[in-house]
Design a binder for this molecule. Structure first.
Ligand SMILES: Cc1ncc(COP(=O)(O)O)c(C=O)c1O
Length: 390
């Protein structure tokens, strides 16, 4: 008999696996059943589970010290080292990091920073976007159904259609910031056109609005380049990161130029603060994670792995479309019933896939970058077996 839980639920129908350990691309339940984690715990475990280097880095930092002071007051070498490494992987002028505890907090910081540095009040966001669950992030997210129970939202938020030229006219001299996911995740992996991205950058330049790219899900190699904005040949004013950044532990980051981010220090003093943001143990894990990604050249392998997964699935007649970049996949089926059937059938057969919150006729795949060719072939077999049953 399962005991009464004292944990607040998020859904009446959670997946409910009872996980006791995880290693590589597998998670193992209490009955010893192994499941392929084909979603990386929703975009987190890019290095797979149980990475030795990450465990060692956590343990070494714990031996030195854990929390000693709120963010920003003490010099903590590990925070500096992580920020330096991260900025070293980013283009100019992104040379300063504000660490938060989560993705949604990184977005909150980015929205406040845009207002602070422009002295303006309006925000522009994209329909079907997802930026998090706190009030500010929810206010710039595009799923109206998810917002209704929690109104009022932030005022002066205007929504443009993602990838639509006419919508760019919503951005004007009153706009503090424009926030989009470089590649929309929860909307079912939507990739904007090169033309639209360039026009968006130009419009922000012309009006003085801060361009905020949310790469909490699509960044850090997930789309086959370190940053999803890279192939578009532009750089945001503000970048938000999270999910894979802590190599399995919770951390987010709001990244910008030092000219912008240093303004958080005055007018008002302590205008944006956090107790645990940039926790030293998590910075140690994150730094080891970036080194692991870099030294094992894992990002460089992402495109070929994604291509293989795509090629193994695309011929199936039940698949309407596959939208993907790197190892970030939306597999479009006829409708929600088909998605439910395939996702639950895969789970019964030892593979974890998942839904999208805002796009119910596709399922997501986003495996760890460490997945082998053999594991990709096995995953495609399990998925194909379920597609055959439709
Ligand atoms: C693009 C994007 N932004 C923000 C968030 C919020 O991150 P967190 O759940 O860590 O608050 C998510 C989470 O799924 C996301 O995908």
């Amino acid at each position: 008999m399962i005991e009464k839980s004292h944990l607040a639920p998020t859904s009446p129908y959670p997946i409910g696996l009872n996980i006791v350990e995880a290693e590589g691309i597998y998670v193992v339940d209490a009955d010893g059943r192994k499941y392929m984690d084909m979603i990386s715990g929703v975009g987190v475990s890019a290095l797979g589970h149980g990475n030795r280097r990450i465990k060692d880095a956590i343990s070494a930092q714990l031996d030195r010290h854990a929390h000693v002071m709120v963010y920003g007051e003490f010099h903590q070498g590990i925070q500096e080292a992580f920020a330096k490494k991260l900025c070293g992987l980013l283009p100019t002028p992104l040379d300063m990091v504000y660490f938060t505890n989560s993705g949604t907090e990184a977005v909150e910081a980015a929205l406040k920073l845009a207002k602070r540095v422009t002295g303006r009040t309006r925000l522009v966001a994209a329909r079907k976007s997802y930026h998090g669950s706190t009030h500010g992030s929810l206010s710039v997210s595009g799923n109206e159904v998810k917002k209704n129970a929690f109104r009022p939202m932030l005022p002066e938020v205007y929504f443009m259609e993602f990838n639509d030229m006419d919508s760019l006219s919503l951005i004007d001299e009153h706009t503090a910031g424009v926030i989009i996911e470089t590649i929309q995740g929860d909307a079912g992996v939507r990739i904007p056109s090169q033309e639209w991205m360039m026009a968006l950058r130009t419009r922000c330049n012309e009006t003085g609005a801060m361009l905020i790219l949310d790469e909490i899900q699509c960044g850090l190699g997930r789309c086959g380049t370190w940053w999803a904005f890279e192939p578009f040949g532009l750089v945001p004013d503000i970048l938000t990161l999270g999910k894979a950044l802590g190599a399995g532990l919770p951390i987010g980051a709001c990244v910008a130029s030092s000219t912008l981010l240093s303004q958080f220090a005055h007018d008002p003093v302590l205008g944006h603060i956090t107790t645990f943001g940039g926790h030293p143990v998590i910075c140690a894990a994150g730094l080891a994670g970036l080194k692991e990604l870099e030294e094992r050249r894992l990002v460089e392998g992402v495109n070929a792995k994604g291509q293989l997964l795509h090629d193994l699935l695309i011929q199936h007649p039940a698949i309407v479309e596959i939208r993907y970049r790197g190892l970030f996949f939306a597999v479009e089926l006829q409708g929600e019933d088909e998605v439910m059937q395939v996702v639950s059938g895969c789970l019964e057969n030892g593979l974890i896939g998942f839904y999208f919150l805002s796009h119910r006729s596709a399922f997501r795949l986003a495996p760890p970058f460490t997945i082998t060719e053999e594991e990709i072939r096995r995953a495609a077999e399990i998925i194909t077996e379920q597609l055959n049953r439709l």
